[in-house]
Design a protein around this ligand. Structure first.
Ligand SMILES: [Zn+2]
Length: 329
């Protein structure tokens, strides 16, 4: 399909875009929903025991042990939120549509050598396009459904999906609930630091705690209850930024241009270098045949550094740059 003429044309457009250095001009659980539409992970709004920064709230420190003793880790700060008023075996649900990206096996039991508890990590999106991860910790692995444990990072689950039951914990059973917003330095999407507990290392940056050497740089960890009561969920969220950029582009081209034919995907892919704070996430070449001659166009989607502003731009089949179009939220 791609003749030499096509290839030359495509290369020409790419050079055009690169040289022009164009950037945007300016930058069923109804009772358990948050005011903004997330589901509470335990299915209950009753998290009052730890809603403030007491023993197991976000940012708790070891000196807070006197308030209940559920965070007994010296030299570290708690980067999640323990929902402690739930008994052993409480079913945990996904707070929004999402994609399971990782099962963390380390550090979720009281005895370091035991690995009967895990944390399930799920990628979600808020309605403003922000990508984030939810961490559901101390789940009994024997209760986590097979399709969750074996999730490959591409299978979507819907809000309310059952992901396992709360396992045991020596200082009182609880769900450790965390929210992590990727920092996007260097295009880093996944959680940057491994789990790990019990060494009380002030240099530790783990899935459940941050060493005192680093606090209060939250490294993307947010107060999870505040987050889900402030942001609202995106339906169908959980796609990677690249998949979403591609979907944005295809939808825009289909709805707003005569060039909505089947895309010819290029080798360009994701996370291309682009002028900060903008980041090109995907580029593709579309194909149109007018009955006499076929043409190619090039389009790409670009995101702001914090992923909340999304643009589509394209060059039409006649080589005219068509500018930047914000993607509606
Ligand atoms: Zn915790």
């Amino acid at each position: 399909m791609c003749t030499r003429k096509h290839l030359n044309y495509v290369v020409g457009l790419c050079v055009f875009l690169a040289v022009a250095n164009i950037t945007p001009a300016s930058a069923q659980y109804s009772l358990s929903k948050t005011p903004t539409g997330f589901l509470y992970p335990t299915g209950s709004t009753d998290y009052s025991l730890t809603h403030d920064n007491t023993c197991s709230g976000f940012g708790a420190t070891s000196p807070n042990m006197g308030l209940g003793g559920c965070y007994p880790f010296p030299n570290t700060y708690h980067n999640g939120y323990d929902i402690t008023n739930q008994p052993l075996g409480t079913p945990i649900q996904m707070i929004a549509d999402g994609v399971v990206t990782q099962i963390s096996h380390s550090g979720w039991n009281c005895q370091y050598s035991r690995t009967t508890n895990v944390a399930v990590i799920v990628r979600h999106h808020s309605s403003d396009g922000l990508e984030f991860y939810a961490l559901y910790g101390h789940l009994d692995i024997s209760t986590v459904p097979y399709n969750i444990l074996r999730a490959d990072g591409t299978t979507s689950f819907t809000a309310g999906a059952f992901i396992g039951r709360v396992g045991d914990w020596c200082n009182g059973t609880h769900l450790h609930f965390g929210i992590y917003v990727p920092q996007w330095n260097g295009g880093q999407e996944s959680l940057p630091y491994q789990a790990g507990n019990y060494d009380y290392d002030p240099n530790r940056i783990g899935y459940g705690m941050i060493g005192s050497e680093h606090w209060a740089n939250f490294f993307g960890w947010a107060h999870p209850i505040n987050f889900i009561e402030w942001k609202s969920p995106m339906n169908g969220g959980g796609l990677t930024s690249d998949a979403r950029a591609k979907a944005d582009m295809e939808q825009y081209m289909r709805n707003n241009t005569p060039y909505g034919g089947d895309p010819i995907e290029s080798s360009f892919g994701s996370n291309l270098n682009w002028e900060p704070p903008w980041e090109l996430r995907w580029m593709y070449f579309g194909y149109i045949f007018n009955g006499n001659q076929d043409y190619l166009f090039v389009a790409h989607a670009t995101y702001s550094n914090d992923r909340t502003i999304r643009y589509v731009a394209y060059v039409d089949p006649f080589g005219t740059f068509r500018g930047w179009f914000p993607v509606p939220r």
